[in-house]
Design a protein around this ligand. Structure first.
Ligand SMILES: [Zn+2]
Ligand SMILES: [Zn+2]
Length: 186
């Protein structure tokens, strides 16, 4: 499937957002405060975002768990329902833009949208393209035993099982982990 530059950026943003969530009680939130959200917005070049507040942080965390649900959706119908809710709640104003030297592409967020609505509209539409293309199963979670990171499998034959963190793709690491588990279970 053809993935344009802006869709790719929106996908990366969604994946990074989902993976900023604490995996369990022992890990800390990747978006602990407004300052962290400001860094996230800057690093992902999210345009037209004003001054951020605690309300924005809470709203973004809410959107984050809704995106996480899309990556956990068992089939295209479930994913479609979740994406429709996300995008509808955000409100959209599709329009062509060539800001900052990028080629023409479509922005979906409404002018003046909050950062959460911006993420929901453009990230939601990026995920929607996968459902439209019959490729919903490319929206995955890492199969390494100690990792549940979300990722988008862009490999030709949809064969990727692990996220691109350094350890997960390493079969030896996975085997060693399983062996430790077995040992511990005795
Ligand atoms: Zn743009
Ligand atoms: Zn992983």
């Amino acid at each position: 499937m053809l993935i344009t530059h802006d869709t790719r950026c929106a996908l990366d943003t969604v994946v990074d957002l989902v993976n900023s969530a604490p995996e369990d009680d022992a890990t800390s939130d990747g978006l602990p405060d407004v300052a962290a959200l400001e860094v996230f917005v800057r690093e992902h070049e999210i345009s037209e975002v004003g001054v951020l507040t605690e309300n924005d942080l809470a709203a973004v965390r809410g959107i984050r768990s809704r995106f996480a649900a899309v990556f956990a959706a068992p089939d295209a119908r479930a994913a479609a329902g979740l994406i429709n809710e996300l995008v509808a709640a955000a409100g959209t104003t599709p329009r062509l833009t060539d800001h900052d030297g990028y080629d023409w592409h479509v922005h979906y967020f409404a002018p003046g949208a909050s950062v959460a609505d911006h993420l929901a509209a453009d990230g939601g539409m990026a995920l929607a393209f996968f459902v439209v293309a019959g490729e919903q199963e490319r929206l995955r979670r890492c199969e390494a035993p100690d990792c549940r990171h979300a990722f988008v499998d862009l490999s030709r034959n949809r064969s990727r099982r692990y996220c691109d963190s350094r350890t997960c793709g390493n079969r030896l690491h996975v085997a060693a982990y399983r062996a430790r588990r077995k040992e511990a279970a005795r």
